[in-house]
Design a protein around this ligand. Structure first.
Ligand SMILES: NC(=O)c1ccc[n+]([C@@H]2O[C@H](COP(=O)([O-])OP(=O)(O)OC[C@H]3O[C@@H](n4cnc5c(N)ncnc54)[C@H](O)[C@@H]3O)[C@@H](O)[C@H]2O)c1
Length: 369
């Protein structure tokens, strides 16, 4: 029997990632329901990806009533993740929710509580964990090759990379700008590599200097001009996080910054035995993994061939990140493996990002109990 899946939010990420990934897994799943506030989007997705007679609606509660639906995908703007995921878990569905888990720690806590009470699975769409370079680095970290990792930088800088579709610059619907949107990926990766989910203190700064002032003809934005009059979120935000064991993570994120750098979902790790640099996506040196070490008393930078044996989830199979994400999610539902992106981990990502915003607002350090 195939798993019956329904989609809430048939916009960018649905069409770029989840619908094609589910279509590639059509031997295991069928998409039986599509919901979007903009009905034409649900109709179009149903025509392209749905079973004949798939449900099309604009109110997600119609999908939750249907007993045959086992899995719900929450692919809507950030602020709605909590309401929709909690309702779906309470209706007895497994939930794949897009990143970030939620816009605030309070909402993420509600999702975690609903997950624990439901007996169902909840995961978050951090597909960067499933890139070959990320999986290879995770394996090196697990094998102790870096030693004790005590300094890391979670990196997500765009020079001019404001998303101009959807509601990304709307503070109320997204909860923030580049910090919540792209630093969420690099921080998720960094915590996962370090396997350290115990932050002690957070200090942050956020800048609102350019998004509201640059005119369309002076923006040079990679995704077309944004409207400065409706730009409500930060241009860039930075964080300094100490962990309970004394290690340090710095976080940088921007959509608009006069920097020459351009790379996201990237991380830099320094351990007692070696360091590692994951170049990430978006720059001129995409998805590369380097190890920094000293061998035979010489400083070396090793270009790791991540195509060779780096992928441990599906040895021998070449799949891209979205397909691996989908496959490990379905495996977890079938009880074949543990969840890879655990809600408790995604919760800590949201807790740290929320604290950076809080520190930036108040000018004070946030100290966790
Ligand atoms: N994993 C990634 O790399 C990645 C990349 C882009 C976006 N995202 C995430 O995906 C989410 C959506 O982003 P997007 O780019 O697809 O935005 P989008 O605006 O293109 O699509 C969102 C869709 O949700 C619909 N919608 C909003 N509220 C709804 C509701 N209550 N019920 C039904 N439909 C509703 C909208 O009409 C829209 O069609 C965001 O949380 C974003 O952070 C993740």
């Amino acid at each position: 029997m195939k798993h019956k899946v329904a989609i809430i939010g048939c916009g960018g990420i649905a069409n770029q990632k989840h619908l094609p990934a589910l279509a590639n897994a059509s031997d295991r799943v069928e998409i039986v329901g599509f919901c979007d506030l903009i009905e034409e989007r649900a109709i179009k997705a149903a025509e392209q990806y749905g079973v004949p007679g798939a449900i099309v609606c604009t109110d997600y509660r119609e999908l939750l009533k249907r007993e045959e639906i086992e899995i719900i995908y929450v692919l809507t703007p950030n602020v709605s993740h909590c309401e929709l995921s909690v309702a779906a878990l309470q209706a007895g569905k497994h939930v794949m929710c897009e990143k970030p888990m939620a816009a605030t720690t309070e909402d993420a806590r509600k999702m975690l509580d609903a997950y624990h009470a439901s007996g169902k699975l909840l995961t978050i769409g951090y597909q960067n964990r499933f890139r070959p370079d990320s999986m290879a680095l995770k394996k090196l970290c697990e094998g102790g090759e870096l030693g004790d990792i005590y300094y890391a930088n979670a990196h997500a800088l765009r020079r001019r990379g404001v998303p101009t579709w959807g509601v990304f610059t709307d503070k109320e619907k997204q909860g923030g700008g580049p910090l919540i949107d792209i630093a969420t990926h690099s921080l998720d990766l960094t915590l996962w590599f370090m396997d350290n989910y115990k932050p002690a203190t957070v200090t942050g700064s956020a800048f609102y200097k350019l998004g509201r002032t640059l005119r369309p003809d002076e923006q040079g934005n990679g995704m077309g001009p944004w409207n400065p009059e409706t730009y409500e979120v930060e241009d860039a935000a930075f964080g300094f996080v100490t962990m309970q064991d004394g290690s340090l993570i710095t976080i940088d994120s921007s959509w608009i910054l006069n920097s020459t750098e351009e790379r996201c979902a990237s991380a830099y790790l320094c351990g007692t035995k070696a360091g590692a640099e994951l170049t990430g996506v978006g720059g001129s040196n995409n998805e590369k993994l380097y190890l920094n070490a000293v061998m035979a008393n010489k400083q070396v930078k090793i270009d790791v061939n991540t195509a060779a044996g780096g992928v441990d989830f599906f040895p021998g199979k070449k799949m891209d990140a979205k397909d691996v994400e989908c496959a490990v999610w379905l495996d977890a539902i079938e009880g074949k493996r543990e969840l890879v992106v655990k809600p408790e981990q995604a919760f800590v990502v949201t807790k740290i990002l929320d604290a950076i915003y809080q520190s930036a607002r108040t000018g004070r350090q946030v100290v966790f109990d």
